[in-house]
Each structure stands twice: as C-alpha cells, then as structure tokens.
Design a protein around this ligand. Structure first.
Ligand SMILES: [Cu+2]
Length: 721
C-alpha cells in the first residue's frame, strides 16, 4: 500500500506541477546569434547574422539598430506595451535586451551599429562635456571583453554614431586565448549613458568555454545554462536626467535666467573649480508650484526670464519622450526590474539537478543581492572570469552584484516552486549599505520532480586551466602603482580629475603587472576597460558571504559595506595599447564626469614576461628563457588543458583520471541527462492521464451513487491501482 500511495502522490505532484505552469509569464531568453552550426569551415546565415568560418574560427557579422523599441505585454508579462530603447537586428521583433552575441576565443565579432534615433530639434552638442546631453547619439562598449580599446574596437570616447541612420562598423578581435565567460554590451556615449542604459540599451556577450575548460558536469551539453540579463529601470533617475537634459538645452540660450538663477548657476559644474553645492538643482523642484513628477513647461516658462520660446519648446519636445515610463508605473519613486526584458518570469528546471544561471546586472545604479531560499546556490565565475577554485559555496547563499557586474551562479532545487529575489544583505555586525540593495523579485523557478529522480550528487571542485593573462599576480613585482580615489569629497571626481576627452591622466606600460589602490569603492563602483584586475584582500572578514576573496578577478568592484572602501588590486596590462577609461559604474555619475582616461603605452602585443616565461617580450618573436613561469600550466593559444579536480564530484563518473572528457563519455552523460528528461516527460503524461481517468471515474461513481453500478472496466482499473 505504501508503494501505491507513493505512486499516487508522485502522479498527483506531477499533475499539480503541470497545472501550475499556467500562471505567470514563461521565462524566455533573448534572441541569440552564434556561428556554432558553421564550425569548423562553413559559411552561412543565422537569422539576421552572417557567419564565415575557417579552420575553426569564425567571423560573426551582425547589424544592431539602436532606437525606440515597443515590447508587447505578451512578451514582458506586463499589462501593456513597454516603451524602451534598445538594440535589435533589422527584421526581428523589437525586444529588450538586445540579442545575445555568442563567440569563441579566436573569433571576430563585427557589429554594424546603426542609429535610428531622430535627431535633436535643438542640438545639445554645445552643452559642455560632463553634463547630460546628446540623447540622440550612441556608441557601444563591450563590457568585460579583453580586446583593443582602439577604433574599430572598443573605443568609447571618440567613436560615436549620429542619429537618423548613422553607422559605425565595429570590429572586435577576440584573442585566441580569451577565457570563456559572461559579458555584456551597452551604450556608452558620455552624457547619455545613464538614460540609454536605464531604458535598456544593452545585451549579453558570451565567450563560449573552450573545449575541456570545465569538468564534464558543467558542459552545456550536460548542464542547462540560462542567460539572466537583469535591468533595473529607475524612474526617479530617468526624471532627474531628463530634467537635466532639458535644462542644459534651454541654457544653451545664455540670456536665460530661471528661478532667479543664471544658467551658469543652474548647470552642473564641469571643472574642479566649481563648488558642487548646487549639483542637484532641478528646475522642477526649485519652484514649489511646479509638478514634482514630470516636466511642466508652463511652470518653467513662467519662472524664466528672457526665454526664447521657440528654442525652449524644441528642448522640451525632444526631452518629453524620455519621460515615457512603462505604462502603469508612476514617475515618482517607481522602479521596474526586468529579467531578460520580462517581469517576474517563471523558469522551469529539473529538480535535484544543477543548473547554471549567467546573471548580468545591466543597471545604472543600486546593487543586486540575489537569493534563492530553499535551493542550493554556488558561485562559478564573476565578471566572466572563473574563480581560482570553483564552484564556491556562499555563506549566506546570497550574491552581491554592483551595476555592471556579472555572476555565473549554479543552483539546485528540490521539487517545488521557488523565487529568486534580491534583498538586503544580512547585517552581522557590519553596516551594510542596505538602502542601495534592490528589493525585488528576479524570477520564479519551478523545479520539476521526476518519478525516478536522478541520483543526488555533489559537484567536483576544480581549478580551471587559465590563460596567461589571468595568472595569479599576487607576490609579483609591479612596474607601477596608481591610486584611484573614487569617494573623494569633490564629487564627481576620481583622484582630483573629471573627464576631459583625450586628456590622458594616467599611464601604464603594456606587458606589465600594475598595482591599483582603489579607495571609496563602498560608495562608487570602480570599473576599468580592457584588462580585468585581481583582488588581493578578503575585504569583509567574517561577513563577506564568501563572495569577495583574495585572488578573484573583477572588472567592476563595489562593496556594499561602510568602512570597507579600500582594496589593492593587481592588473596585467596584457597585449593591448592605447587610451581607455576607468569610471564609476553608477552611470549618471560617469555622465557627470566621474571618468578618467588612462593610456597603455609601449609596443602593441607585448606580454608580461613572468607569465609567459620569456626574458623579454617584444610583440612579435619571443625570446625563450629558462626562467620559471608564474603558472607553468597557463596557456596562450586555443588549446586548453582540462581543469585540475581538487575534490572529486559524486555524480555519475564521466571523466577519465586525467580529467579529460572523451566523446563517448560526454555522449553517455548527455544521453543519460536526456534519458532522465524523456522518462520524466513520458511518465508524467502517462500518470497524469491515469490520474485524470481515475478522477473522471470517481466523479462518475459519485454521481452514480444509488444508481446503476459502475462499469466493470472502470472497476477493474480501480482494482489494478
Ligand atoms: Cu559613482
């Protein structure tokens, strides 16, 4: 009887699970472009993208059109259309985020960026830099990719695309030793970054893992792997930025005086000399009679002297579309968290099975602290770089992502329904900056049980074989030390500088280790382009959730704890020379000037000698040296050795002793995974049918009470159960 009841319970569970899928919007991943089907040496089209592959490496060619997008409620789960800005490929539906671009080390990614914005009525090109301006101009940054900062690569300062159909052909050469990881792209035109990204002008970039990079348990053919691209649309910021934009535009007419203030007083100071006491001047709020939640032209006009109405109306008209918040959301205080452009979608996974979530926190502000009560959660990679030892258990099962950060999380849930949320961090004696934490639902998760659940297993712990540009730099001699003061009192400065285009404020030699002392990173997230950096300290002893560890790599760093604002980090200025930027990743701080230029000097292609084992490193033609390398196992080509397993996993063995995956073993593991899914589906359908049959029979039996006896066939069925 016990066994029969278990069968009945399980089939009931499956029926309930089947019915529960009817609620909420189903989790969808962004559209994807990759050249996987054309490797090693074919060419063809993948939707709107083109692939040309030769000898295993491919060129992925895609056009991204920037402009307003309208996403229907059927896609977002909201009650009405969602009006955003975004990147989409011509001919495909308007969505946000933009398509995911998947490449491999050694590939070339070519993006033709086209700007479909309407040109400004009143050009704000003459608004001084470090102010909110030029909402109609766009460019692209590939956040996290280790590539050249020079045009046609990842230049964010001098490459721009004008509205009304302007284009730029970006060519991103992915190094042949680029580590596999989770990255993203976003609009980066100084003065318009925050408004564009707030409205969703971003998408994900995945550098696929090299064959053999991960143990077989983590192979995407074995472990399900999902993009989780998270936006946080902050309407207060949008309102402030748009007001600023209109104000700066009106103030191009220098005769104007509003609210008894000259435009010089109204404008955000652009140099070190200005005091910042007036930085939050907001022409809405300076007059108590003006509406607080949107722009009121009549009110402003009534409070301004010498206003040129034609000029001012043009400014207001071009700003108004940016006040268009998602329908149903208030202007004041409202925020909207979207996961893959959807509101609280529901993802179905297999119960008791590890799943990889590639989180990208593509926001302009706040920090995301993901937590999944009832499930296990471990950390695999941050900012697209695998942890030195992975995966890592998290003390409080909670993550910490500043705007711009990525995290590859592993989750495993028992059968049931769960919610991935972001919530304040536990406060065990530390003063966490809880007001900055996102308090929202990210997504729902339904873990489906199967009648014969897969065996419980622990994942192996491994040390990935690393490219030589990401070897451990701790203990190495640095060629230079630089200090970046993010939290200096002269906001929005970094180390007493605000942004001046093409004015180099820091230099680093190429092919060296460089020390960066970061101050104030509990207030402002520090982000550097081109090369990631390595932490040298455990910043939050006893209460850091195991999230930040000495030896980890980041490209954006922020601790949400007061008093933990310093960190010494190390970077390898590998291969690429040229000017690039560091900036605060609260993106309106960057727009206001919290960005500075550094230049990597020397010969392009130079690499750090102790990492490569060469006496000297001219760009071309290495000189071998018997000197010991930092990490003799590191690689600088496309061949990657299997990882070192430090703790064996308890899953079905699918690995040789050396850790290498054979095709047979992989196909066995894949077949096993698929077999479990098929068994679950078939049994689910059969058992649900039996249960429904039984329910119908029982209902009919109840209705027949006192009448004729039930048919012998139905009675026979009951006996069999
Ligand atoms: Cu900042």
């Amino acid at each position: 009887m016990v066994r029969l009841n278990n069968v009945r319970m399980r089939s009931m569970l499956l029926l309930v699970q089947l019915l529960s899928t009817c609620s909420g919007i189903e989790f969808m991943q962004p559209e994807e472009y990759s050249c996987e089907e054309f490797r090693p040496s074919r060419s063809g089209r993948n939707g709107s993208a083109t692939c040309v592959c030769t000898s295993g490496t491919c060129t992925l060619d895609v056009e991204l059109d920037f402009g307003p997008v309208t996403v229907p409620g059927s896609r977002t789960g909201l009650n009405s259309d969602l009006h955003m800005l975004g990147f989409h490929t011509p001919g495909s539906p308007e969505t946000t985020p933009g398509p995911t671009l998947r490449v491999r080390a050694g590939d070339t990614l070519r993006v033709l960026l086209k700007n479909n914005m309407r040109p400004e009525i009143v050009s704000t090109r003459d608004v001084p830099s470090n102010n909110i301006r030029e909402f109609d101009v766009v460019n692209l940054h590939t956040h996290g990719l280790h590539i050249s900062p020079r045009w046609p690569g990842d230049d964010v300062v001098n490459t721009l695309v004008r509205p009304d159909g302007g284009t730029n052909p970006y060519i991103y050469e992915i190094p042949k030793d680029h580590m596999g990881g989770t990255h993203w792209y976003h609009a980066h035109w100084h003065g318009a970054v925050s408004i564009h990204v707030n409205f969703g002008a971003a998408g994900m970039i995945i550098v696929e893992d090299a064959d053999n990079q991960l143990p077989v348990e983590f192979d995407p053919r074995v472990m399900d792997d999902y993009i989780v691209a998270i936006y946080y649309v902050i309407t207060d910021d949008i309102t402030t930025l748009t007001n600023d934009y209109i104000k700066n535009c009106i103030c191009l007419d220098t005769e104007v005086e509003c609210f008894q203030k000259s435009c010089d007083q109204l404008r955000f100071p652009t140099s070190n000399s200005g005091t910042l006491s007036s930085w939050n001047l907001d022409i809405r709020r300076d007059d108590r009679n003006c509406a607080n939640n949107q722009f009121d032209f009549q009110c402003v006009a009534g409070n301004c002297e010498n206003l040129n109405l034609e000029h001012a109306l043009g400014c207001v008209a071009q700003g108004m579309p940016f006040f268009a918040n998602p329908d149903g959301y208030e202007h004041e205080g409202a925020k909207l968290l979207l996961t893959n452009g959807q509101h609280e979608p529901t993802l179905e996974i297999s119960a008791d099975t590890w799943v990889r979530l590639r989180l990208g926190y593509m926001s302009t502000d706040y920090f995301l602290a993901p937590k999944l009560v009832g499930c296990e959660m471990q950390l695999l990679a941050k900012d697209g770089v695998y942890l030195p030892s992975a995966p890592r258990k998290l003390t409080y099962g909670q993550g910490m992502l500043a705007s711009g950060n990525r995290a590859d999380l592993l989750i495993k849930c028992p059968p049931g329904s769960f919610t991935l949320i972001s919530t304040a961090l536990p406060n065990n004696g530390k003063t966490f900056n809880t007001s900055a934490a996102v308090e929202e639902t990210i997504m729902h998760i339904i873990a489906r049980g199967s009648p014969s659940p897969p065996p419980q297993c622990d994942l192996p712990v491994f040390e990935v074989n690393r490219p030589c540009y990401l070897v451990d730099l701790r203990g190495q001699q640095v060629a230079k030390n630089l200090t970046f003061n993010m939290g200096s009192s002269n906001f929005p400065e970094i180390s007493n500088h605000t942004f001046v285009a093409n004015d180099v404020q820091f230099e680093m030699p190429v092919g060296e280790a460089v020390g960066l002392d970061l101050n104030g990173v509990s207030f402002h997230p520090f982000h550097i382009h081109v090369n990631p950096f390595q932490l040298t300290q455990n910043p939050l002893p006893d209460n850091d959730n195991n999230w930040f560890r000495s030896g980890d790599w980041h490209d954006t760093l922020f601790y949400p704890a007061a008093g933990e604002s310093k960190q010494r980090v190390l970077t390898q200025t590998d291969y690429f020379t040229g000017p690039s930027v560091v900036h605060c990743h609260i993106l309106h701080h960057e727009d206001w000037g919290m960005m500075i230029t550094f230049n990597i000097t020397g010969e392009e292609g130079t690499r750090f000698p102790p990492a490569y084992g060469y006496e000297s490193t001219p760009a071309y033609g290495w000189v071998p040296s018997p000197k010991e390398r930092i990490d003799p196992t590191c690689y600088d080509g496309m061949m990657v050795e299997a990882p070192t397993i430090t703790t064996e996993g308890m899953c079905v063995a699918a690995r040789t002793k050396a850790g290498a995956v054979t095709a047979l073993q992989l196909s066995t593991a894949t077949t096993e995974a698929h077999t479990w899914k098929m068994i679950a589906i078939v049994l689910g359908v059969v058992l649900a049918a039996v249960l429904i049959g039984a329910a119908i029979y029982l209902l009919r039996g109840t209705a027949n009470t006192g009448g004729a006896p039930a048919s012998s066939g139905g009675a026979g069925g009951t006996e069999m159960m």
